[in-house]
Design a protein around this ligand. Sequence first.
Ligand code: AMP
Length: 203
Amino acid sequence: MKLVFIGPQGSGKGTQAKIISEKIGFPHISTGDLLRNIQGPLKKEVDNHMNQGTLVPDELMLKILKETINSPYCEAGFILDGFPRNIEQAKELEKITPIDKFIEISISDEEAIKRISGRRNCKQCGKIYNINTSPKPQEENKCDDCKIELTQRSDDTEEAVKKRLNVYHNDTEPILKEYPSIKINGEQDIKQVTQDILEKLVE
Ligand code: AMP
C-alpha cells in the first residue's frame, strides 16, 4: 500500500506515519528526516533552506526521493510524510509511482504554532517531547531515558513555523483540491487519530 500523509506542521502527521507504519508494516519515509541526514557538499545548502523554513529546490528533493522509493525497501509500499509539498512535486510523484490514498490530517494554525514551538527532542535517542502539550518530560527539559538536555529544531521557532505554515497554505493545500483525499481531524488525541486513519484504510 502506497500512502501519502499531508498536513501542516504540528498536525501529528509524522507521529501518525510512524505509528501506522509499525502497525501495517510499510516503511515510513519522511523527507524532512532524509534531508536532515544528508552529509557532504549538499549539506550546507539543505541546512540553509531548512533553518529558514523554506523548501529545498524540487530537483534536489526529487533526486533524493527517487533513490529512496525506488529502492527494494519501498517496493511493497510506503508511507510518505512531507512529500509532495506542491503541485509540481505531486505531478512528479505520479510519474514515479501511483499512490493508493492521500490522508490529510488537519489542525488550526493556532494549534500548530502551540504544538511546534513546544516541541523538543533528545539528540541521543531521538525521542520527541512537547513542553506545551504532551508528552512532557518528567524533569524540566531533560530526556526521561537519557537524562540529557533536550534541544529544539532550528526550524521550530515561532518565526520559522509561521513561514512554514504560509508555505503549507499557499503551496501544499492546493494539492488536496486536485487529488481526492481522506480528511482526518488532527486535533483529537493521538490514539483516536490513529484509529480514524486505520478505519479509513480498510474502507
Ligand atoms: P518537515 O520535517 O517535513 O517539517 O520538513 C522540514 C524541512 O525540510 C522543510 O521546511 C523543508 O525545508 C524541507 N523539506 C521537507 N520535505 C520537503 C519537500 N518535499 N520539498 C522541499 N523541501 C522539503
